[in-house]
Ligand binder design. Structure first.
Ligand code: C5P
Length: 466
């Protein structure tokens, strides 16, 4: 059996794989294994390509659109649109309605698109090979050019009685219409009503333009936007989509605590713990890289301020609580600090002296629980509150109890026993515990855990499927 080297994949494929793996809570290796298993099963089950009408595609371009050509005279311009898109490295897969085939032939479209267009909802071969659901989803954007009055009416009413409308109803991607029709049809109340409905449904449009119609003597608003105008609209939408993919937390405020706290005994001594702050700092870096406005409230650690993160340095648990309260409101609170549970009841103003009476007795009082305090806030509670649980035994059980006790939404549980090596180390194996259950993530670097957590947070906030 051969082995694959992920390093040899293109940067874009690697990025997509990484996002997909993070979103599915799997390592990249696991994700690739599953994809290969799925793909192999499909290939083995499928009749050989020579026997099907299935379009062959060697490599999926980084940006891919589905172009639906409806039946209007402007369909001839769609050939130029395909060419312009492909020139720009944008892959175009085409669906043609029956009426579209009266204006341009599938052969001409196929020659320019580099693969045969899809035409039939019930074409056994292409349905077997791709399926209208995959056709609807395996792209970044669905473009309808020309969008005829009839197709817009059927879209507005949720029809799905041919491949084009079925795909439009099934897609989870943005839809861009380039309407083209006779000016009277465009201004007709029914068309305008349908357009309004579609815009209300989130459908986007470019054009139509004013000018001469193909029919002699007809002019007005109804000409399809020129191919280059449609290309510009597509490129803008794809760029916006890429920005959102790269910065899924843009516009979100995230508050993170990290590191230990120091609880003074006297001016020179303090109670501390072994937290390095590495995990919390890694989360702050990952959240900032995902576009969030991050406030990091850090206990005493030697790590540098992460770039682009507002870092507030504190010493004690009480300082940390104050800084956290000052940083609210936030959309998300991630509490990775190892806050000292207790502090001395009376902090000595002067250094405690060794004396004949033997060692001093330190009376301890409980520190405020920052995570529980924020979780129970009424007005300023972040929408998502994430706590950490460092355990040395019965990790999952203890973490589940902690989730309830603290009132947070998720707990990231990790093994801090000496065998676990998380304390101060660079790697971490964690479990994400929520109402929904337990996800066990593979052991990975603290940066890896941070990126996976940030991807999960982004998916939660945007409500996107993982
Ligand atoms: O109770 P325990 O310390 O195990 O809980 C750990 C979680 O609670 C962590 O998310 C930690 O940051 C948070 N915590 C806190 N304030 C405390 C104690 C813990 O925010 N005083």
């Amino acid at each position: 059996m051969g082995s694959l080297t992920v390093r040899n994949l293109s940067e874009d494929v690697k990025r997509r794989l990484r996002l997909r793996a993070a979103a599915n809570g799997r390592s990249m290796e696991e994700e690739i294994r599953l994809l290969l298993a799925e793909g192999t099963a499909e290939v083995v089950a499928r009749p050989s390509a020579a026997k099907t009408n299935a379009p062959a595609r060697s490599e999926t371009p980084a940006r891919q659109i589905l172009l639906i050509i409806a039946g209007g005279i402007a369909a001839y311009k769609s050939l130029d649109l395909i060419r312009r898109l492909r020139e720009r490295g944008i892959g175009v897969r085409v669906v043609m309605t029956r009426a579209a085939q009266e204006f341009v032939t599938p052969m001409a479209v196929g020659a320019i698109a580099g693969e045969k267009p899809f035409t039939d909802l019930f074409d056994q071969h292409s349905e077997f090979d791709v399926g209208h659901i995959r056709l609807a989803r395996d792209n970044d954007l669905v473009v309808v050019a020309p969008a005829t009055a009839d197709l817009m009416a059927r879209m507005a009413n949720g029809h799905a009685d041919d491949l084009a409308t079925a795909v439009l109803l099934a897609t989870d991607k943005p839809i861009l219409l380039a309407p083209a029709m006779n000016p009277r049809m465009w201004t007709n109340k029914a068309t305008q009503r349908n357009l309004k409905t579609l815009i209300g449904d989130g459908v986007l449009s470019v054009g139509p333009n004013a000018g001469e119609m193909a029919e002699s003597g007809e002019a007005g608003l109804g000409r399809m936007a020129e191919p280059l105008e449609i290309v510009a609209a597509i490129e803008q939408l794809l760029a916006d989509r890429q920005d959102r993919a790269d910065k899924p937390l843009a516009g979100k405020r995230i508050l993170i605590t990290a590191g230990p706290t120091h609880e003074p005994i006297d001016p020179v001594r303090y109670i501390a713990n072994r937290s390095s702050g590495k995990q919390g700092f890694a989360i702050a870096r990952a959240a900032a890289a995902a576009g969030a406005a991050v406030t990091l409230v850090a206990g005493p650690v030697t790590l540098p301020d992460p770039p682009g993160v507002k870092t507030v340095r504190v010493e004690s648990a009480r300082d940390m609580l104050g800084a956290v309260q000052a940083a609210l409101p936030a959309d998300v609170g991630i509490f990775a600090a190892a806050v000292a549970d207790w502090r001395t009841a009376d902090e000595g103003v002067q250094k405690l002296k060794k004396g004949a009476d033997g060692p001093p007795r330190l009376a301890l009082v409980e520190n405020p629980d920052i995570l529980a305090t924020v979780s129970k806030l009424k007005a300023k509670r972040p929408r998502l509150v994430v706590g950490f649980a460092a355990e040395t035994e019965n990790m999952i059980e203890h973490a589940k109890a902690k989730l309830k006790r603290k009132g947070c939404d998720w707990i990231v549980a990790n093994d801090v026993s000496a065998a676990g090596g998380a304390m101060g180390g660079d790697d971490n194996a964690v479990h994400l515990i929520s109402e929904a259950g337990v996800e066990s993530w593979p052991s990975q670097s603290k940066d890896g855990v941070a990126r996976q957590l940030v991807a999960r947070v982004a998916a939660e906030l945007t409500g996107e499927p993982r």
